[in-house]
Design a protein. Structure first.
Lengths: 748, 164
C-alpha cells in the first residue's frame, strides 16, 4: 500500500483564496429562499400542541372546541391519526432517533407533540391548537441527572460511545506522586439555529415533494421514504439554504412526519414551522454531563494516568450518550488511559449531536482538569501540556496523519502574549481594578469522511457545471466546494456553475462531523479529474489535436487548456477538443470516501490551542471574556475567509458554553422553564470582543486526497476550558460547572 | 377575531392592498400577503431581531407589531435596500466583510444598521456594539457584522458631509 495518497492536484488558483461567498447577494437582498418562505397555493398550515408535562399521558383534548374554530380544517390526535407505514420506534438510518408521531397518548418528555391542528390560516391553526387544552395524568418527572441511576453504556455506534483502556490504569494511579480527582458538570444545551425547523410537504400521487432544511439530503430521503412505504426515488427534497443546522437538521423529526401525514390525509400541501419554544422539544440537544477526571503525574510532571468517566443524560426511551470521555483519547501522552461512558435515563427528549459533540463537553472538563494538574505540579499550563505532548496517538501508538499542534501552541501563545503570565491566581488587575486572568486549552477534533458522489459536465463553450447534493448551512459549502471543483478542471471559479441543495443531484453526503468539504470536495475533484481523463483520451486519439499521440504522457489542465505534462509547447483549449468531437458536453463522475486501510493506519485529528483573557468584577463577579486567541491546524484551508469565520463562530460558541447556555427544568412538571430566546441565553455582540484566529500551516498527505481536515466544530473545543481556567486565574476559584454563573463566583 | 380588515401597506414605496385578520403580525403580513419573504422570523417574541424592518425610518421588530398598525407608514424591508441591481454600500460591505454565514439573521441586521445609519450616523463604537447587541446571530458572525456596520457608518459620513 502506498504510504501517501496519489496527489497530482494543482491547487492555488481558486483553492486557498479568500473568495467572498457566492450566495452573498442572494442573502443580502432577501432573495435566498429558506423553507418557510415557500407557501404553495391551497396550503394548509399545521400547528402542533406540545406536551406541558414530562411524564404521563394525555387524558383529554377538546377536539370539538378546536374543530369549531373558524378556519380549522382538521385535528390530528392519536385517536384519528392515519396509518403510518414506518415504525416510529424503529430507526431507519444509522443517525435516526425514535420519534413521536401521535402513536399513543403517552407523554415521555415536555415539548413532545400530542396533537396537530390544520387550518386555512396560521392564525386559525394556532388558535385551534390552543383550544385543544389538553389535560394530563401526570407522573413525577425524572429530570435531575444528579438523582438518576447511572448504568454503563453498551457500546453500539452512534449515541452509544465506546470507552477505551490502554495500559495499566491502577499502576498509573499508584505511580502518581501528585494527582487531581475532580468532577465537572455541563448543562443541557439546545441547538437553536436561527431558522427554526420547518417543512412544506406536498404529495403528487405516491410522489412526495418536500421543502425542508436538511444537513443530509439522501439520508433524509431514505428515512422519509421508509416511513411512507414509497421508493426512495419518489421523494424529492429541496433544501437550497439552511438557516443554520449545528447537528439538529440531519434526520427527520417527528413533527415533520406528522406534517407529511397530514398532507397525504388532506390531499393538500401542508406547511409547518416550529416556534422558537418548540425548538426545545423533539429537535435534539446537547445532553448534560457529569465528568470525573482523575489525573496523575510522576516526579517529572509526566502524566501517569488520564482516567475520564463521563455520565450523560439520555431519554427514557432512546440512546444518545454524549461521547464526552472520547475527548481524552487522542490528545496527551499518558502512561495509562481510560475513558468510560455511563448513562442515565430522564424524562427528556433524546439528546443528539450538537456542534462538536463529545469534544466540546469532554474537552471542557479535560482542559480544566489539566489546568488543575498543572497547578498542582507548579507548572505553567502551556509548559505542562508541552511536557505531555503526544508524538503518536496515546494508547494505540498510531502515527498522526499530521499534527502541527506544537506550532498552534507556540504561535497562539506568541500572538496572545502568554509569556510572563504569573503562575498564581489573582495576581493581575486592569486599570479599572477588574480581576484579570489568563487561561488556555487544547483543541482536538477528529476528521471523519463520509461518502459522496459528484458529476462534472464540461460544456462546449469551455465552462463547466458541477453537481452534488451538498448542503450549505452557513459554513460556505456553495463557495468552497465550487473552488475545489474549479481547480479540478483548471478553470477560473467564475466559469464554474455549481448546483447543490437538491436531492435529485448525485449524493453529496452529510454536512456534519466537519467532514463535508473533504468528502463532497473529494467527490467533485474526482468528477473533474474524470473529465480531464476523458478529454485527454479524446485529444490523444485525434490527429488534428496538438496533443495527438501523447497518450502515454499525462495531461494537466490549466486556464481552460489541456497541456502535456512537462511540455508547455503542446496544449489545446478544452473548447477546441470538444468542438472537433461534435460539440457535445463531456460528463465525468467521481466519488470520495476514506479507504479503510488509511483509516486504520493513522490517527487523524485537527488540533488547536486557545488562549483566553477574562476580566471579573471583584465585587459583582460579572465575567467578561476580553480576548480570545485561537490557533488551529486543520490541514489545507480551501477558503481562509470562510474558515476564519467558522473558527470565530466556534470560539463564540465556546463563550456561550462557558458562560451562557443552559436549559432549566421545572422539577414539578419537568418542563424547560426558559425555553425561548428571552430565557435561554446566547451571546450577543457586546459579549464578544477581542477575538482572533490564526491557522497554522499543515500539510497532511494521508487524511484525504485534498489534505482537508475541517474547521466547522473545532473552534468550540478548548475554548470552554480556556475560559474556565482564565476565571480561576483571575479569581482563584475553580468553578466546576458550566455555564459559570455570577452566583457560583459569589458563593465560591 | 377572525374578521378580516382591508388595509394598504406601503412597503419599499409600493402599495400592497391586503386583507388581513387584525391579529396578524406585520411580519406575517409582509411574508404571506405581500410576498416579501426576505424578512425572517427567528423567535416571534421580540428577542432575536431577525424580523427587523424600518417603519418611518426607525428599526422595528415586525413580529411585535400588527399589520393593521402599520397602515400609512413608510415600511422598508431588506428587499428595498438595493437600487435595482446595485447593492447599497451596506449590503456590499456585508458581503466583503463576510458578515453573513447562513444568512438567516442577515436581513434583520441589515435593517437594524440601515435604520441606525439614518437615525444616528455619528454613534461611537461602544454605542454601535450596544445597538448591534439587540439582534442575535447564532452562526455567529458578530465580529464581521460589526466591521461591516462600522464601514457603512464611516462611508455614510464621508459621502454625506461636504469635504472639509
Ligand atoms: S422574530 Fe421578531 S424579534 Fe425574533
Ligand atoms: S448568519 Fe446564521 S444566524 Fe447569523
Amino acid at each position: 500500500m502506498p504510504d501517501t495518497l496519489d496527489r497530482t492536484i494543482r491547487f492555488g488558483s481558486n483553492s486557498g483564496q479568500p473568495m467572498t461567498r457566492r450566495d452573498g447577494i442572494a442573502k443580502v437582498t432577501g432573495a435566498a429562499t429558506f423553507t418557510a418562505d415557500n407557501t404553495p397555493d391551497n396550503v394548509l398550515h399545521a400547528v402542533y400542541v406540545p406536551a406541558t408535562i414530562a411524564r404521563g399521558r394525555v387524558t383529554s383534548l377538546d377536539v370539538a372546541a378546536a374543530e369549531a374554530h373558524p378556519g380549522v380544517t382538521h385535528v390530528l390526535t392519536p385517536a384519528n391519526r392515519p396509518h403510518l407505514h414506518g415504525d416510529p420506534e424503529a430507526k431507519p438510518t444509522m443517525f435516526s432517533f425514535r420519534i413521536e408521531v401521535l402513536q399513543d397518548d403517552t407523554v415521555r418528555y415536555a415539548g413532545q407533540p400530542v396533537a396537530m391542528v390544520l387550518g386555512e390560516t396560521l392564525e386559525a391553526a394556532t388558535e385551534g391548537a390552543r383550544l385543544l387544552a389538553p389535560t394530563y395524568e401526570m407522573a413525577p418527572p425524572r429530570v435531575d441527572l444528579d438523582r438518576a441511576e447511572p448504568y454503563d453504556v453498551e457500546p453500539g455506534g452512534f449515541g452509544r460511545p465506546t470507552g477505551a483502556s490502554h495500559g495499566d490504569i491502577d499502576a498509573g494511579h499508584r505511580a502518581a506522586v501528585k494527582s487531581v480527582d475532580v468532577t465537572y458538570s455541563t448543562a443541557p444545551q439546545y441547538h437553536n439555529a436561527m431558522e427554526t425547523h420547518a417543512i412544506v410537504a406536498a404529495w403528487d400521487g405516491d410522489k412526495l415533494h418536500l421543502d425542508v432544511p436538511t444537513q443530509a439530503l439522501s439520508m433524509s430521503c431514505a428515512a422519509y421514504a421508509s416511513f411512507f412505504d414509497i421508493p426512495v426515488e419518489n421523494v424529492t427534497i429541496n433544501s437550497p439554504y439552511l438557516g443554520g443546522g449545528f447537528g439538529s437538521k440531519a434526520v427527520p423529526i417527528g413533527p415533520n412526519i406528522l406534517a407529511i401525514l397530514a398532507a397525504r390525509m388532506t390531499g393538500r400541501p401542508v406547511k409547518l414551522m416550529l416556534t422558537r419554544q418548540q425548538m426545545f422539544g423533539p429537535t435534539g440537544h446537547r445532553g448534560a454531563t457529569r465528568q470525573r477526571l482523575r489525573l496523575g503525574i510522576d516526579e517529572d510532571a509526566s502524566l501517569t494516568v488520564i482516567d475520564h468517566d463521563s455520565l450523560s443524560e439520555t431519554s427514557s426511551f432512546d440512546d444518545f450518550h454524549e461521547p464526552a470521555a472520547g475527548a481524552s483519547q487522542g490528545l496527551y501522552a499518558a502512561g495509562a488511559l481510560r475513558s468510560v461512558h455511563r448513562g442515565a435515563r430522564l424524562d427528556i427528549g433524546t439528546p443528539g449531536a450538537m456542534r462538536a459533540p463529545g469534544e466540546a463537553s469532554g474537552s471542557a472538563a479535560l482542559e480544566c482538569a489539566m489546568d488543575e494538574m498543572a497547578e498542582a505540579a507548579g507548572m505553567d499550563p502551556l509548559e505542562f501540556r508541552l511536557k505531555n505532548y503526544a508524538e503518536t496517538e496515546p494508547g494505540t501508538g498510531r502515527p498522526y496523519s499530521s499534527k502541527a499542534l506544537r506550532d498552534c501552541y507556540l504561535q497562539g501563545a506568541e500572538r496572545f502574549g502568554w509569556a510572563g503570565r504569573p503562575l498564581a491566581p489573582r495576581q493581575m488587575r486592569d486599570e479599572n481594578g477588574l480581576l484579570t486572568g489568563w487561561g488556555m486549552g487544547t483543541a482536538l477534533f477528529p476528521c471523519p469522511m463520509f461518502m459522496a458522489e459528484a458529476r462534472a459536465t464540461l460544456r462546449a463553450d469551455g465552462s463547466a457545471l458541477f453537481e452534488t447534493s451538498a448542503v450549505d448551512m452557513g459554513q460556505g459549502a456553495l463557495t468552497a466546494l465550487a473552488q475545489i471543483a474549479a481547480d479540478s478542471l483548471g478553470l477560473p471559479v467564475d466559469n464554474v456553475e455549481f448546483r447543490a441543495g437538491h436531492s435529485s443531484l448525485p449524493d453529496g453526503g452529510v454536512a456534519g462531523g466537519s467532514g463535508h468539504t473533504a468528502t463532497a470536495g473529494g467527490a467533485l475533484h474526482a468528477a473533474g479529474s474524470d473529465v480531464i481523463r476523458q478529454l485527454g483520451e479524446m485529444a490523444a486519439a485525434d490527429p488534428a489535436s496538438p496533443l495527438h499521440g501523447a497518450g502515454n504522457a499525462s495531461f494537466v489542465a490549466r486556464h481552460g487548456r489541456l497541456y502535456v505534462d512537462g511540455d508547455d509547447s503542446r496544449s489545446e483549449p478544452f473548447a477546441d477538443i470538444l468542438s472537433r468531437a461534435g460539440g457535445a458536453d463531456l460528463v465525468g463522475s467521481g466519488s470520495a470516501s476514506r479507504p479503510p486501510e488509511t483509516a486504520a493506519q493513522y490517527a487523524m485529528y485537527s488540533h488547536g490551542a486557545v488562549f483566553a483573557e477574562v476580566k471579573v468584577d471583584p465585587d459583582l463577579c460579572q465575567v467578561q471574556v476580553t480576548r480570545l486567541v485561537g490557533a488551529f491546524a486543520a490541514g489545507r484551508i480551501i477558503n481562509p475567509k470562510l474558515a476564519d469565520s467558522q473558527l470565530l463562530g466556534g470560539l463564540i460558541w465556546g463563550i456561550s458554553f462557558a458562560l451562557h447556555e443552559e436549559a432549566h427544568h421545572d422539577p414539578v412538571t419537568g418542563r424547560i422553564v426558559n425555553a425561548d430566546f428571552a430565557g435561554y441565553h446566547v451571546p450577543v455582540n457586546a459579549d464578544v470582543r477581542g477575538l482572533e484566529v490564526l491557522t497554522v500551516h499543515e500539510d497532511d498527505p494521508h487524511v484525504n486526497l485534498l489534505g482537508i481536515k475541517g474547521v466547522g466544530e473545532i473552534g468550540i473545543v478548548g475554548t470552554v476550558g480556556a475560559i474556565g481556567n482564565a476565571i480561576w486565574h483571575a479569581t482563584g476559584h475553580r468553578i466546576r460547572r458550566f455555564p459559570i454563573r455570577i452566583e457560583d463566583l459569589l458563593k465560591a | 377575531m377572525t374578521d378580516k380588515t382591508k388595509i394598504t401597506l406601503t412597503v419599499n414605496g409600493t402599495g400592497h392592498a391586503i386583507d388581513v385578520a387584525p391579529r396578524k403580525t406585520l411580519a406575517d403580513a409582509l411574508r404571506e400577503d405581500c410576498g416579501l419573504t426576505g424578512t425572517h422570523l427567528g423567535c416571534e417574541h421580540g428577542v432575536c431581531g431577525a424580523c427587523t424592518i424600518t417603519v418611518d425610518g426607525a428599526p422595528v421588530r415586525s413580529c411585535l407589531m400588527f399589520a393593521v398598525q402599520a397602515e400609512g407608514a413608510d415600511i422598508r424591508t431588506v428587499e428595498g435596500l438595493a437600487n435595482g441591481p446595485d447593492l447599497s454600500p451596506l449590503q456590499q460591505f456585508f458581503i466583503e466583510e463576510h458578515a453573513l454565514q447562513c444568512g438567516f439573521c442577515t436581513p434583520g441586521f441589515l435593517m437594524l444598521i440601515d435604520g441606525t445609519l439614518k437615525q444616528s450616523p455619528d454613534i461611537t463604537d461602544d454605542e454601535l456594539t450596544e445597538i448591534l447587541s439587540s439582534n442575535l446571530c447564532r452562526c455567529t458572525g458578530y465580529r464581521n457584522i460589526i466591521r461591516a456596520a462600522r464601514r457603512a457608518l464611516d462611508h455614510a459620513r464621508t459621502t454625506t458631509e461636504p469635504a472639509a
